[in-house]
Each structure stands twice: as structure tokens, then as C-alpha cells.
Design a protein around this ligand. Sequence first.
Ligand code: AMP
Ligand code: MG
Length: 299
Amino acid sequence: MICRISPETMARAAALLRAGNLVAFPTETVYGLGADALNPGAVRRIFEVKGRPATSPLIVHVHSIERARGLVRDWPENATRLAEKFWPGPLTLVLSKRPMVPDEVTAGLGTVGIRIPAHPVALELLRAAGTPVAAPSANRFTQLSPTTAQHVFDGLGDSVEIILDAGPCAVGIESTVLSLATAVPTLLRPGTISLAQLTDIVGRIEPAPPPVGAHTSPGQHLRHYQPRTRLIMTGPNPLPEGRGAYLRLPPDAGLAAACLYDKLHALDALNVDWIAVDPVPETREWDGVRDRLRRASAH
Ligand code: AMP
Ligand code: MG
């Protein structure tokens, strides 16, 4: 059920989380499907509802740096510098986990991805629930991420008791993921915080390992973020037969990210045979949008 934000709905959502249930909630990136990160049964429900393979780790959301530090073995100097600069915000840090973080959250890895979301509703929910919240995007596995409460409802229906509605997400694509658990920091997923911004703070960063087939490497699924309709990058090959529609993005990377999924959801609803999109610029600030388009058009 989609719920407007009120003190009553916030209290109910927090109580549902504490009792081991799922809550869909807004963040600045996309809507998340949250569960108490320290309750393995609750976390398993996320995978069931999403149809997500257990090999794909979840990001844990917290409301303070102190909370984040409590979940990890080791908090390097770079983590302090990045958190001070970018938290709350769309940056996930991967660090070595403490045993209290269940294997269900991390896909059995010894590391955990953590961030503080920059959204007042998410932060209030985290504070009220009093527990870290594991949350992937609130959509079925491989499908488009939701940037409105209606997108969440269209995809998951009544399998989530409560969908907190705070309007469209400002950032619009998933967080940048940076691992600090490797000798040299590694970019695991590009987002709107660019490689250049991160390099300014931590120096050299290894690029993301190339995506491989589904299920072999956590979080690196080549097919992801997909509309139902076939998405085609324009280029040397002619467009296919049938009825199609064009995805047109604004010329600014941040604005393009903000409207990307909403436009794809709308074009998907047209029931055309294909959606075409022109390649985006090769510059660093387009890395996040380019990555999502590549995965959304992979077949
Ligand atoms: P999402 O698919 O939006 O739920 O985001 C989760 C993503 O965060 C995964 O696809 C991984 O790229 C990344 N991630 C989260 N936790 C870890 C981890 N422990 N190790 C590596 N990557 C992680
Ligand atoms: Mg997702």
C-alpha cells in the first residue's frame, strides 16, 4: 500500500522493520526495499520478493558514521575522509564486516557495503527503527529501478505492506560503490559521484572489473536495470522492424540520471517493440548513466 508521510505512517513503518517485515522507502537514489539488516529471516524475505539471486549482496543503510563503524572490522582513514565529504549521499563504501552482519546481507562475502542516504524520510526511518536497514532497489531482479512510489507498487504490488511515498528521487540512479577492502580502492559501480571526485580524496582507484555473466561475481550482473521492452543503442546497425520509441535524455549527466528510469518506465508502458537511445558522451561524469544504459540494453 502506498502511504503518504505522516508521524503515524513513519511509526508504523519503523515498527514493521523492527518486527522483521519489509518496508519500501524513498532515498535520494532510488526507492529501496528495506529489512532489518541484523535479522537474517527478514533479509531473506527481500530476496524472495525481488526474485534476486542470493549471490547479490545488499547495501546496508545507516543514519550515522558511528553506526557504520560499528558494522565493520576496520575503518580506514580513507573511509573517514570519504564519509565526511560525501555522506549523507549516494556513495556506498565496501569494508570488511564484523560477524554481527549476517551472511544473507553480504552474499557470504567477508565485506559489507554501507551508506548514509541523503533523504530526510530515509534518515528518520533509520533513526526510528533503531537498526541498520539492508535495502536493494524495490523492484523485481533485473528490472528497472523505481524512482517513484507508484513504480514500486506497479512492480511489487501488495507483496510490500507499506510503500512510503515522498515523491520522485532527486538523484535517480543507484549509488556509486567503492571498495576500501582492496589494497587499492576499487570502483565496483559507477554512479553520480564520479571517479574524479573520489580520486581527489583517495588518490589512485582501480577501475570496475568488467561485468561477466549473471551469478558469477556479486553485483556485476551484465543484464540489469532492464525495461520489458528491448532497449537498443543506436549506432552502426539499423533499427529493427516494428513500432519503436526514442529515449531522449537531457544533455547534462545529472539531469539525465534524475529522469532516466522514469522515462524508461513511461516508454515501457507504451507497449512498443523497441526503445532506442543514442550513446551518451564518453566523459567521466556520464559513467553512471552509461553503465545503466549498457546493462539495460544487454541481451
Ligand atoms: P543494488 O543492486 O542496487 O541493491 O546494489 C547492491 C550493489 O552494491 C551490488 O550490486 C554490488 O555492486 C554492491 N555491493 C554491496 N555489497 C557489496 C559487497 N559486500 N561487496 C561487493 N559489492 C557490494
Ligand atoms: Mg537494483
